[in-house]
Design a protein around this ligand. Structure first.
Ligand code: ATP
Length: 783
């Protein structure tokens, strides 16, 4: 659908402002009654929403004044109008996105359920569903937060109630996991998610871009432990870089050289390590290689009490309980010689791209989107619309200070802190990692400057500290991601000192995060200042710039002065490194998208079948089809060709363990064998049917046994695809088209899965034991 023009948005905004005058005259009760009137006009049809938009937005604006004491600015209304037209709306930090969001959320809430506001973290989902919830509730719509309340576990949530609401505040991972769990349910009653109508994504770029590289994975039953772990680790430790393996410049990829392969074949005494026979061993060698040479202790993980604990790359926090997927965690445990934990099988996965593309309508808001406009359009069909600030931005963004070494940079930046502190001007020091924030805090202690450090373990505490960061004399040290979404207000006395000063101790992974940090100062037209202190030893430079830059840094490590001057060859070194990294990340997302597409199609087919079984009122046709498939498959493919399995064995294993036969089944013709199998299956089915005379019970039994078969097959397939993807990606250096290979192999596995599911269904349907309990409920013991 072609998007409306900017002028049009302004025109609609004017209409809304005009309508507000009418609503101003109404009593509270009359205003509240508007919701019902609007709902009647919408009549549950999303296509009617556009028509009522001006009225609905005007109602929200007037109600907001009365309930929250906030009257939305015209630029906020403009932003809300653009959101409804499939845009990622760029509104600078502090412009009031939380309030802006209430307009489209209310509008969609008028049509019913299935409308989500995706916030950046759980704290914000709870906070905003509370504060903005007052407004929706006042107007007669229901609202909930899907994330656990503080102190609550995820499985203690009342999902039925949460997803009953018109408007749900949540996070991307909560939504994703709930969706995946919903599709592991046994009955319709256990499914809670309404259809995906509308999602408004706060910090859309963080959700759709930064988080989109890694798919969500639900892990379940343990995978059989491999005994290759130890061997692989030992062998890989004997290898030499460049001779036996190579590492890419960005240190993200690593691969064996042909010489390395030959060497390992010798050590392990195997022929042709790359052949199908040694696939599992090779997989473990690849894992061990990454574990030993790419994944670093004290950067990616720490070792505590015989346990490998991962570290969050963004804020340096420990992530207890989190595990790397697909055997990687076990490889690192083996490297560190700690006890190897059980590896969990992947049970369900989805990429964020696919999760959000399932929505009928998407919109986003963020402080910084323009940099990635093209990708938003290509992947999500979202355009970027920039909303002007309510008041002109008068924050001063100073040019970077660039040094050769970290030390020189930190020493100089400390002078700025001292100066601000002497003036009692609040200063917010933003670091790229927890490590650095601890270091900086130590420097401040030495200089006897009292300060707060945001390394609190909870989002609530962070919000509390950051809220005070704009007060007279406040010195706050924070990691880049901490305290997001919390407003920093400044007093008039601080305005006179030039407002809040934001000092970045390094430039971050990308420009967007840099800008978010600057945006903590100078909100809503207030004065403020920002400056970054950078060096050639910063992470972004060491990891993502050319070798010549790194060489220069090493050679001049003694120099303390700043690298000034417009002509300096290093003037753009950080911008370039950021761009380089951004390109790489974009490529990685594109790759995730392509692999994810193949999984998506399979998932869609399986979930569709689950749905059909869950809603069907008669399952006999499906069961008969399954019986025929299995009988035919055995007689024409399995029994004769593959396994030489006898018919008797097959019956014992899959249909009836107590089967006694007087005849020699081998002598029967294929046709006879097939009909004998069918007859046996139906006999067993009949036996169960006689036990379950109640129609509801009978239907329930068939449904549960069939669903279980699907899940058994599909979960195996999900796990298989995960492993397959890893193997293919690792091999991809030498391959022409890994995606094509994934597709081909994935399809083959999918076909195999269908056979597995059919067979499991026969086993479950013919071989389960049923106990009818006093209350009429039935318990099924599966074979
Ligand atoms: N129309 C308004 N009138 C008065 N105050 C407002 C209005 N809209 C928002 N605010 C206030 O502005 C502050 C910033 O709002 P909010 O936190 O939603 O900004 P934001 O755009 O989400 O910023 P960030 O990007 O940092 O999350 C809040 O204190 C909010 O109450």
């Amino acid at each position: 659908m072609p998007k409306l023009h900017q002028r049009k948005y302004r025109k609609i905004t004017k209409q809304i402002l005009k309508r507000m005058a009418g609503y101003q005259q109404m009593s509270d009760a009359e205003l509240q009654h508007q919701t019902q009137l609007l709902q009647r006009q919408v009549n549950g049809q999303r296509r009617n929403l556009k028509k009522v938009l001006p009225a609905a937005y005007a109602v929200v604006c007037e109600a907001s004044k009365r309930v929250l004491g906030l009257s939305p600015f015209p630029v906020q209304i403009l932003g809300a109008v653009a959101m409804e037209d499939g845009n990622v709306v760029e509104m600078k930090t502090g412009e009031g996105k939380t309030l802006t969001a209430t307009m489209p959320m209310y509008l969609h809430g008028l049509a019913g359920r299935g409308n989500y506001l995706i916030t950046a973290n759980e704290y914000l989902a709870n906070r905003d569903s509370e504060t903005m919830g007052k407004l929706y509730r006042w107007l007669g719509l229901s609202v909930s937060s899907a994330v656990p309340q503080p102190g609550q576990d995820a499985d203690q949530r009342d999902l039925a109630k949460i997803y009953q609401a018109n408007i749900v505040y949540t996070t991307n991972s909560t939504l994703g996991f709930d969706y995946l769990f919903d599709n592991l349910a046994k009955t319709k009653e256990e499914q809670h998610l309404p259809s995906f109508n509308f999602a408004l994504l706060d910090e859309a770029d963080a959700v759709l871009l930064d988080a989109a590289q890694t798919p969500l994975v639900i892990s379940g039953t343990p995978r059989v432990q491999s005994n290759f772990l130890g061997n692989a680790d030992q062998v890989v430790k004997l290898l030499h870089q460049d001779r036996d393996y190579q590492i890419s410049d960005d240190r993200k990829n690593i691969w064996f050289t042909p010489e390395g392969i030959v060497r390992m074949e010798k050590y392990l005494d195997v022929d042709n390590l790359l052949s199908h026979e040694w696939r599992d061993l090779y997989c473990h060698l690849v894992l061990a290689l990454r574990a030993n040479y790419l994944i670093k202790k004290n950067r990616d993980y720490v070792v505590h009490d015989d346990e490998v604990v991962l570290i969050d790359q963004h804020n340096g926090r420990e992530l207890p309980g989190m595990k790397m997927q697909a055997g990687m965690h076990q490889a690192v445990e083996t490297k560190e010689n700690v006890s190897v934990s059980q590896e969990q099988r992947a049970m369900a996965t989805i990429t964020y791209q696919n999760l959000f593309r399932m929505f009928h309508q998407l919109a986003g808001m963020t402080g910084t989107a323009a940099t990635d406009a093209k990708e938003f359009l290509e992947v999500y069909n979202l355009t970027v619309f920039k909303v002007p600030t309510n008041k002109p931005n008068i924050r001063i963004d100073l040019p970077d200070r660039l040094y050769i070494t970290n030390q020189a940079k930190l020493v100089d930046s400390l002078q700025v802190v001292k100066q601000a502190y002497a003036q009692r001007r609040p200063i917010l020091i933003e670091t790229g990692s927890l490590e650095l924030s601890v270091l900086y805090s130590r420097l401040l202690l030495q200089a006897e400057i009292p300060h707060s450090v945001l390394n609190a373990r909870s989002e609530v505490k962070e919000a509390d500290i950051i809220r005070h960061a704009g007060e007279l004399g406040a010195v706050t040290v924070s990691t880049a991601m901490a305290g997001r979404g919390t407003d920093i207000r400044i007093a008039p006395a601080v305005e006179k000192l030039g407002g809040l000063l934001v000092l970045g101790t390094e430039r971050m992974q990308n420009k967007r995060i840099d800008n978010q940090l600057r945006g903590r100062a100078g909100r809503q037209g207030a004065p403020g200042e920002s400056v970054f202190y950078t060096s050639l030893e910063d992470k972004i430079v060491t990891e993502h710039s050319t070798r010549s830059v790194q060489k220069f840094a090493r050679q001049h490590a003694q120099q303390q002065q700043q690298l000034l001057g417009k002509k300096s060859r290093f003037k753009h070194v950080i911008d370039r490194a950021q761009r380089f990294l951004a390109n790489q990340q974009r490529a990685a997302r594109f790759e995730t998208l392509q692999y994810g597409e193949i999984t998506r199609l399979q998932r869609k087919a399986v979930y569709l079948q689950r749905d059909q079984i869950m809603t069907a009122t008669d399952l006999s046709a499906i069961i008969q089809k399954t019986f025929h498939f299995v009988a035919h498959e055995f007689v024409y493919h399995r029994g004769y060709q593959n396994h030489g399995e006898t018919l008797l064995e097959f019956i014992y294993q899959n249909i009836d363990p107590s089967y006694r036969s007087a005849t020699d089944l081998q002598l029967e013709s294929r046709k006879q064998q097939e009909s004998r199998l069918l007859q046996l299956m139906n006999d067993r089915l009949q036996r169960l049917h006689e036990q379950l005379v109640d129609q509801q019970q009978w239907l329930y039994f068939q449904r549960v046994t069939l669903l279980r078969a699907i899940d058994q097959g599909w979960i195996g397939q999900v796990d298989h695809l995960e492993v397959l993807m890893r193997v293919i990606k690792e091999r991809s250096i030498a391959q022409v088209n890994p995606i094509y290979e994934f597709q081909r192999e994935g399809q083959k596995a999918f076909d195999k899965m269908k056979t597995v599911i059919n067979l499991k269904a026969v086993q479950n349907v013919t071989n389960s034991e049923v106990i009818i309990k006093k209350d009429g409920k039935i318990e099924i013991e599966f074979p």
